[in-house]
Design a protein around this ligand. Structure first.
Ligand code: F3S
Length: 401
């Protein structure tokens, strides 16, 4: 790569060991992708996890004196004291989480502890160059907002956040943002959960690529798009997609493929979505808990859950959890949604997600969720996946039939 004198100084350690380590990583990635140079980023999002995989790099940077140069938000971890009061958390796990959180604070990150920062705490604009990791965040930022990001790891996003730059390769270049697969959607898409299934189905079918979806006639809402992003980029590696007319970068199929529309296509019908749904179920009948908010629930979703639970009681012995961001919970509290959910016997928790060791108590239990990504992490034994209304009915009855 061609580095500027300032970048050479960073790489040589003149600005401290933390910046040097970040630069070493970025240059190695740039070399691997034949990038010619670095380009400035305006913000970053780190898919931190509060676990071992996270700890080494963030401490290396923090203890080496690095500080975030651009706004850099963070993914869920967990509130150690809150969960300690409820469940047993192994002390070594809790110590790792404590150190991770301290290191992100030291490095000057935005301690959002949320996987949907692009809605509230760290919002790119159209055309911004950013470094966003996390399954829903990467495709949302590229496709819905029209900023550019590669499918970053937690470490490469953090490195970009402290250096303020990223190598110019991949989705930062117009020619690489060309659609690769034509998806003809014949399924009806009646709910946000149908977008969840569509994302799961598309990711499974194409693996790696940039799908261009046709046949969608009704404008998808924010939650539809978040669900599609998270699931397609978990069951597959979908960093970007187009729904011409509804996503920002291409108004026509021709434009999305940069003039080269393929002859082949994949058709997704209601029957295909049903088969996708059936493949995810490992059980039915009695459930021990429901877990929603993967990705973190929006205010609208919290409101829907609250209204479905209003005046009802969650079944004895069954737990009901919704994960969200602290900013969203604060608003939901003000509006009264949190009280409605708690009155029914449910809990709204912030800063955490299913992929955290605070949930090990559910290891041998049966869970129900509206998120295939939550099911995929399988920190519990068996799983039922269904839409929000079915999850609420099941948690009232204590079983899914
Ligand atoms: Fe978010 Fe955790 Fe799910 S990061 S998407 S809640 S696995």
């Amino acid at each position: 790569m061609n580095l500027t004198r300032e970048e050479e100084k960073m790489l040589g350690g003149k600005l401290g060991r933390g910046i040097q380590a970040a630069m070493e990583l970025l240059v190695a990635i740039g070399d691997a992708y034949d990038a010619e140079k670095m380009i400035p980023v305006t913000r970053a999002h780190v898919a931190s996890s509060g676990q071992e995989g996270d700890l080494y790099f963030v401490e290396l940077l923090a203890n080496g004196g690095a500080k975030c140069l651009v706004p850099t938000s963070t993914n869920p971890v967990y509130d150690i004291e809150f969960f300690h009061r409820l469940f047993e958390i192994p002390s070594d796990e809790a110590e790792v989480a404590r150190r991770v959180m301290e290191a992100y604070k030291k490095v000057g990150a935005i301690l959002s502890w949320s996987c949907v920062p692009y809605l509230t705490e760290n919002i790119p604009l159209f055309g911004e160059t950013v470094a966003f990791s996390e399954s829903s965040a990467t495709p949302y930022v590229n496709s819905v907002i029209g900023a550019t990001t590669n499918r970053e790891a937690a470490q490469s996003a953090l490195a970009a956040g402290v250096v303020g730059k990223t190598p110019r390769y991949g989705l930062h270049m117009k020619e690489n943002r060309r659609g690769t697969v034509l998806i003809k959607v014949e399924a009806a898409l009646r709910s946000s959960f149908d977008y969840t299934l569509l994302g799961q189905c598309v990711g499974e079918q194409i693996g790696f690529g940039i799908p261009v979806l046709t046949g969608i006639t009704k404008r998808p809402n924010t939650e539809d798009l978040i669900n599609f992003c998270a699931m397609s980029n978990t069951s597959g590696a979908v960093s970007m997609f187009y729904i011409p007319g509804f996503t920002v970068e291409a108004q026509t199929v021709q434009e999305a493929f940069q003039g080269d529309v393929p002859d082949d296509s994949i058709t997704v019908t209601d029957a295909e979505l049903k088969r996708t749904w059936e493949r995810m179920q490992t059980t039915s009948g009695k459930i021990d808990f429901v877990m929603l908010g993967c990705p973190h629930y929006t205010l609208k979703q919290l409101g829907e859950a609250a209204k479905l639970l209003e005046g009802r009681k969650i079944h004895d012995g069954v737990s009901f959890w919704i994960c969200t961001s602290s900013t969203t919970k604060a608003l939901a509290q003000r509006i009264g949604y949190v009280e409605m959910i708690e009155k029914a016997g449910g809990s709204v928790v912030v800063d955490t997600c299913i992929d955290e060791p605070c949930w090990t108590v559910y290891r041998d239990r049966t869970g129900m969720t509206d998120s295939p990504k939550c099911a995929y992490y399988r920190r519990f034994k068996d799983v039922v996946v269904a839409g929000l209304e079915d999850c609420v009915e099941a948690v009232i009855k204590g079983k899914y039939e």
